[in-house]
Design a protein around this ligand. Structure first.
Ligand code: SAH
Ligand code: MG
Length: 216
């Protein structure tokens, strides 16, 4: 197996099975390393789930660690892209456009990347809107990573729909938390603040725009 972890400055818990720079996505390598550590701790307490797969960048970081434990990651995404991924927006990538559907489709890219990474048995994609999946979810989670839509509606649905499934001691990671509005949209920051204000969570880690909280 070829390993590319030497390209990354932050020490990773588990080496990556692909050149992560070739995977489209939105995650700093330091955030990937922090996610591996949080997933390792959380997997001992319950299931692991991510909202916002995109092409699998974060799922490959997390999946590499979970594979070594024999655990799995569920990754939820409707695969039609967030607002900022749509044509004309800042984070649109024309290679991810499905002309026949007239919509974004990141699912084929996710599948290809998981196959290349040898993670098809570890990362389990769930294709659907986060709120709809959460409403039917029954399992207890030890690790939850919220990296989905950035509208207030989407972020609140993620927070309200999924955090009740997190066990005591479980870890909640939230991406794109920007305390300064000049750096980015506010809804992920708002659910982060809501979690802290609830007195149900304490912050355990802050790396770039990633925050990791522990459920008390
Ligand atoms: N974790 C990824 C990036 C995720 S980008 C990485 O490491 O690169 C955000 C993703 O959330 C997009 O793929 C988008 O389709 C998805 N998304 C946005 N709103 C959603 C919703 N309400 N339900 C499910 N998926 C959603
Ligand atoms: Mg993100």
């Amino acid at each position: 197996m070829r390993c590319f972890e030497s390209l990354i400055m932050t020490p990773l818990l588990t080496p990556l099975p692909v050149n992560i720079d070739e995977i489209k996505g939105f995650l700093d390598p330091r955030e990937g390393a922090a996610l591996q550590a949080a997933a390792l701790a959380g997997a001992k307490l319950g299931g692991c789930l991510e909202i916002g797969a995109y092409c699998g960048k974060s799922a490959i970081y997390i999946g590499a660690t979970l594979k070594s434990l024999g655990a799995v990651l569920f990754t939820v995404d409707h695969h039609r892209g967030s607002e900022e991924n749509q044509p004309g927006w800042a984070y649109h990538d024309a290679e991810l456009w499905d002309g026949a559907a007239g919509a974004m489709d990141t699912l084929p890219h996710l599948r290809r990347n998981l196959r290349t990474a040898g993670l098809e048995e570890t990362v389990i994609p769930i294709v659907g809107r986060s709120g709809a999946v959460a409403a039917h979810w029954g399992g207890k989670l030890g690790f939850l990573f919220i990296d989905g839509g950035h509208t207030l509606e989407a972020a609140l649905a993620d927070y309200r729909g999924w955090t009740p499934h997190l066990v005591r001691g479980g870890l909640l990671a939230i991406h794109d938390v920007f305390p300064d509005p000049a750096d980015g949209g506010r809804p992920p920051f708002e659910i982060y603040q809501r979690a802290l204000a609830s007195d149900l969570f304490v912050e355990v880690e802050a790396v770039e725009s990633l925050r990791v909280l522990r459920r008390l």
